[in-house]
Design a protein around this ligand. Structure first.
Ligand code: ZN
Length: 356
């Protein structure tokens, strides 16, 4: 039985399969004439999946008091917590059965029973290896908002730092990004008014505390229009900003997609995946009109930490424009405004849910 390059999102696994230079049809996702990989005990994918599956323990071998909430079937863990497969859980079972054929295989019990990660319920392990220690993201938010702002111990920075290094991204010199401002008239804003606000006008934002200037840019005109929350009949100035040098940022959204096959400690990565997902959502979360500036504190803390490590900014998903992304640049002088246009917003499309 063969799997193929299209069965996977994970680039490491895709590379392993492509390196085999073997073409054919996939028995799992039904792709035709693609790079394939034969499964079974001789498969080169065994090395990769052996170390990943070692992280999991069948329910019967876990302590009796192990929390039910951490237990699930292996295929569900692999499909919903990791970004490895382009397959359904049923197809993942098919893949694993073919990779580990025979009920005498030592990994067979993992495919039958629910499984869990022992360390997820080990307080001393979590204290050392989770970015929130043996606490939770919610406890960190509560502490930084209402208990201790400047000496928060909620985030295990020494654990977070190596992961941030895995999601670095460079905007090459000459890259164009966009920023919009709602203008008072059809004249729009002059080019020198489109940059980051000066420190005396810098209000608190997702990535900056009040008084700290930060340049918020988007990947497209459309994303920046969404982010500026323009209204019907608004005039909007959209500026193009060009990177004047290579600018290195970290991409928060990619933390939860780090490959288990990159050689880092898989157990440590596994216990942090849910925190990384939470962090990515928190950073991208749209703020509502009546939200408190205190709600920005957790992300401001993270940004100050990222800045202290020498990174020039951080990228995050746009919650306002699907597939769009934004970047907060801590050093606005790394981009220069090269052009500005004025737009007249003709109409908007409202999407809403009825709540009561
Ligand atoms: Zn396939």
């Amino acid at each position: 039985m063969n799997c193929c390059v299209n069965c996977f999102k994970d680039r490491e696994i895709q590379a392993v399969i492509k390196n085999m230079q073997l073409q054919g049809n996939c028995d799992i996702c039904a792709s035709k004439a693609v790079y394939i990989q034969p499964l079974g005990s001789e498969s080169t994918l065994r090395d990769n999946f052996d170390v990943l599956l070692d992280v999991y323990t069948p329910e019967d071998n876990l302590p009796e008091e192990y929390p039910e909430i951490f237990l699930d079937h292996l295929e569900n863990h692999l499909c919903y917590e990791w970004s490895i497969f382009n397959l359904t859980p049923e197809q993942v079972v098919q893949f694993l059965m073919a990779l580990y054929p025979g009920s005498d295989d030592s990994r067979a019990p993992l495919l039958v029973h629910k499984v869990g990660i022992l360390e997820k319920d080990d307080e001393s392990y979590l204290q050392e290896n989770s970015i929130v220690g043996n606490s939770s993201w919610d406890a960190f938010v509560e502490a930084i908002k209402f208990q201790n702002r400047f000496f928060s111990y909620g985030i295990n920075n020494s654990v977070l730092q190596p992961f941030l290094n895995l999601v670095k991204k460079t905007y090459k010199k000459g890259t164009i990004l966009y920023r919009a401002r709602i203008a008072p008239s059809a004249n729009g804003f002059a080019i020198d008014k489109m940059g980051a606000p000066p420190r005396d006008k810098a209000t608190s934002g997702r990535a900056n505390s009040e008084g700290i200037s930060c340049l918020y840019l988007s990947d497209s005109e459309e994303t920046t229009l969404h982010e500026a929350r323009v209204g019907e009949y608004d005039f909007v100035s959209i500026a193009q900003f060009e990177a004047i040098e290579d600018v290195e940022v970290v991409n928060i959204a990619l933390l939860s997609e780090i490959s288990p096959f990159w050689g880092s400690d898989i157990t440590q990565l596994a216990v942090n995946l849910s925190n990384f997902k939470r962090l990515g959502n928190e950073v991208a979360k749209p703020m509502r009109r009546h939200d408190s500036p205190l709600d920005y504190l957790p992300t401001q803390y993270l940004c100050d930490y990222i800045k202290s490590l020498g990174h020039a900014g951080f990228e995050y998903r746009s919650a306002m424009n699907k597939d769009g992304s934004n970047v907060a640049i801590f050093y606005p002088e790394k981009f220069r405004c090269i052009h500005v246009s004025v737009f007249d917003i003709q109409s908007l499309e409202y999407k809403y849910d009825k709540l009561s």
